[in-house]
Design a protein around this ligand. Structure first.
Ligand code: SF4
Length: 346
């Protein structure tokens, strides 16, 4: 039987950057994503599936938001199809790839995205192309539902756009001479520990420091402590480099291929005493009772803050305040577990 590699639309964005990219094992984020997709499919009417991952309240709210958006925007002209298999066949009717559309409503494709707002064009183009071929549409409307951000991104993909882009990715990744091309997705790639292209780039830095490693595979490094020492130096150097790059990017407004997004700041409370009075008034005005101990249980105190408070209240030294706090609150002082830190010997 002729061997033919099956492709997966979810790896197309990565394969568009490196033809030999290979997806690594699913992490927690992926398991959470799968469970959320299952929950959405069930809300939309699919059969329940067994999923051992428990969704928390926030995840459930995200799924409910996506469900509501789909319900509010679909048209009755077409049926709503859930988790429908979409396949793309070549001229010899071989199935080249397949995936499952989260929700399909005529030429509209809805896809739940539970993580960051990455670029998904190639993945969606693959689904859209399969849908266009199966149903003879000329174009498909894609709706990405970024549930964490409660944001919908919609765009049209035509057959003229999708076909050459997807066929090119497939052709390049099936080329036996395809070369690895390091890119921003290397961290997700299964081949990273043994990838010659990544190794070459790391070597360029390490060669100046005599930190060149015999192997970049963590399992090999672990076998020899001398290699491990070099690897630690190298990884720390690279971390410094990564941090330095993050730092300098802050000075650049326009960076090709990137855009700045405003992330709204976290809210916090600034005065416990004023809040106690204000919230106490709000509760009693509504006929409730303000319980001081219950209120205090919601407040967090630091040991340092408490010591400062005692020092100021009694006008004593910091040392005395420390002793008072330690002796009077002994049973309520909790110490987190100690851990080991690897520090460099000079
Ligand atoms: S680790 Fe290597 S094979 Fe994987 S994406 Fe990066 S360059 Fe390509």
């Amino acid at each position: 039987m002729e061997h033919h590699e099956k492709h997966s639309p979810s790896s197309f964005p990565m394969k568009s950057r490196c033809p030999v990219y290979e997806a690594g094992p699913a992490g927690d984020a992926a398991n959470r994503g799968t469970a959320m997709h299952d929950a959405l499919a069930q809300m939309l009417g699919a059969e329940p599936t067994l999923n051992l991952f428990t969704l928390n309240d926030n995840d459930v709210e995200e799924v409910e938001w996506a469900y509501k958006h789909i319900q509010d925007s679909i048209s009755k002209t077409w049926p709503l199809e859930v988790e429908t298999k979409l396949s793309y066949y070549d001229a010899k009717m071989r199935e080249i790839y397949f995936g499952h559309g989260d929700a399909i409503n005529g030429p509209n494709l809805y896809d739940l995205k539970t993580g960051e707002q990455h670029v998904y064009w190639h993945q969606m183009a693959a689904y859209a192309l399969a849908l266009m071929n199966e149903r003879a549409y000329k174009s498909v409307e894609v709706h990405l539902l970024f549930s964490r951000f409660r944001k919908v991104k919609s765009y049209t993909i035509t057959k003229e756009q999708a076909e050459p882009a997807i066929l090119d990715i497939i052709a390049r990744s099936e080329d036996p001479n395809a070369k690895p091309t390091p890119n921003e997705y290397c961290g997700w790639c299964k081949k990273q520990p043994i990838c010659p292209a990544v190794k070459e780039r790391v070597n360029a830095i390490s060669i100046y420091n005599d930190w060149k490693l015999e192997s970049y595979n963590p399992l090999e490094i672990a076998k020899d402590v001398n290699q491990l020492t070099k690897a630690i130096h190298l990884s720390r150097l690279m971390k410094k480099w990564v941090d330095a790059i993050s730092d300098i990017t802050k000075d650049h407004e326009e960076i090709p291929g990137f855009e700045w997004k405003e992330v709204s700041g976290r809210k916090s409370l600034t005065s416990n005493s004023s809040i106690f009075l204000l919230i106490g008034k709000a509760i009693t005005d509504r006929g409730g009772k303000m319980e001081l101990d219950q209120f205090l249980d919601q407040c967090t105190l630091s040991i340092g803050g408490l010591e400062k408070f005692v020092k100021k209240s009694l006008d004593i030294s910091a040392k005395e305040a420390k002793e008072i706090v330690a002796s009077s609150c002994k049973e309520f002082i909790k110490k987190s577990e100690s851990y080991r830190k690897l520090t460099e010997v000079n």
